[in-house]
Design a protein around this ligand. Structure first.
Ligand SMILES: Cc1ncc(COP(=O)(O)O)c(C=O)c1O
Length: 379
């Protein structure tokens, strides 16, 4: 199987599993315990927190471990809304966020908050001016994702951070997709809250973190022990944290190499498709290098993906959470309106292990399957 769905999830690297294994089998202590085995687990957790903090230019106390991107987004949004409701009830986000943000925002509307969903342009980008114009005195939170999970478009986070510098609103960014390819510095970005997830960077599933800038107070819905400085109760996922740290350390050492590789893979894919006469357009611009979203006029999405699967190629229609249903993508709808394009686009996402040869094969199989929908007519 040629796997080109790394934006949905990534395989765990053997080095990551190797680093985690002792914390399942031998160093299985509870970090809150006083005894040696507990202290060993605590040390591993602290070390993981330090490495992950360095990964995004934060301090260790600003990292709160969670179960992944979804929990981090939910915690940021509900926590900020509840803690700041006395200052106002207005929230701002975009129409192209992941459902972990959009559905949380919808629930907040239900709870009495007023949410502005900003439009994007046809590349999927939100304008800094639109953010500025949406702000009110009573705005308490702005949530704009770093890079889109369907089309890859990168948002002007640092510029929005600048706009918000003298405003009471907290600034949250969902950096789940950006973590593997972008150098992230929370201070340069001016964010108060940032969501991250390990399984998108060859780490384990079920662990992520929320960066919470020093001084930022969120309301918690998680009551129990005093873990994570009372910000997230529950016995910590030590093997997960060690796995996340190991994956992050590997990325930090390899990022520029990987980015160059993904650019090359994307270029080769598009060149091949041109050579093979495939009619396509790329959705999005100024993209995360691992995501290429293609509009393939004339295809029928679900059978298309199944036919690719039968040819040994795993790609998707966009967000994994909506894959399997043929509802038009909310991201493409925000970019293009209710057009056929929203139902005739596929996402290819690169990751570790994809080779130039794999991509050449991918292009051939894509061309082959596309031609079955266009009766063999090529551009
Ligand atoms: C941009 C974005 N945010 C949030 C999530 C959810 O992360 P997790 O699967 O770790 O809950 C994803 C995963 O698809 C994502 O791509």
């Amino acid at each position: 199987m040629n796997y080109f769905d790394h934006a949905a999830t990534t395989p765990m690297r053997p080095e990551v599993l190797e680093a985690m294994t002792p914390y399942f089998l031998e160093q299985y202590g509870n970090p809150s315990s006083i005894h040696g085995i507990g202290r060993t687990a605590r040390a591993a957790l602290d070390e993981s927190r330090r490495t992950l903090a360095r990964f995004i230019g934060a301090t260790p106390n600003e990292i709160v471990f969670t179960s992944g991107g979804t929990e981090s987004d939910n915690y940021a949004l509900f926590g900020a809304a509840e803690a700041n409701a006395h200052k106002g009830k207005h929230l701002v986000t975009t129409k192209v966020e992941h459902h972990a943000v959009l559905h949380a925002m919808e629930q907040l509307e239900h709870d009495g908050f007023d949410v502005t969903y900003l439009d994007v342009d046809s590349t999927g980008a939100v304008s800094v001016e639109a953010v500025r114009a949406a702000l009110r005195d009573e705005t308490i939170l702005v949530s704009v994702m770093y890079g889109n999970n369907e089309v890859g478009t990168i948002q002007p986070i640092a510029e929005i951070g600048e706009v918000l510098r003298d405003h009471q609103a907290l600034f949250h960014t969902d950096a789940v997709q950006a973590l593997g390819t972008e150098t992230i510095d929370v201070k340069a970005l001016g964010v108060d809250l940032l969501s991250a997830s390990a399984h998108k960077i060859n780490g384990p599933k079920g662990i992520g973190f929320l960066f919470m800038k020093t001084g930022v107070k969120l309301a918690t819905r998680s009551f129990g022990g005093q873990q994570e400085r009372k910000r997230r109760a529950g016995t910590e996922n030590v093997p997960g944290a060690v796995g996340f740290k190991t994956a992050a350390a590997l990325i930090m050492a390899e990022r520029s190499e990987r980015v160059a590789e993904y650019h090359q893979l994307a270029e080769t894919l598009l060149q091949r498709l041109d050579l093979l006469g495939v009619d396509y357009e790329v959705n999005g611009a100024n993209r995360l290098p691992h995501i290429v979203n293609l509009y393939l006029p004339g295809i029928d999405l679900e059978p298309f993906l199944i036919m690719m699967d039968m040819r040994g190629v795993a790609i998707s229609s966009g967000s994994a959470c909506t894959a399997g249903s043929i509802e038009p993508s909310h991201v493409l709808t925000a970019m293009f309106g209710a057009s056929e394009r929203t139902k005739q686009s596929v996402r290819i996402s690169f990751g570790q292990g994809n080779t130039m040869h794999d991509v050449e094969q991918l292009a051939e199989r894509l061309a082959d399957v596309v031609s079955t929908f266009t009766n063999g007519v090529r551009k």
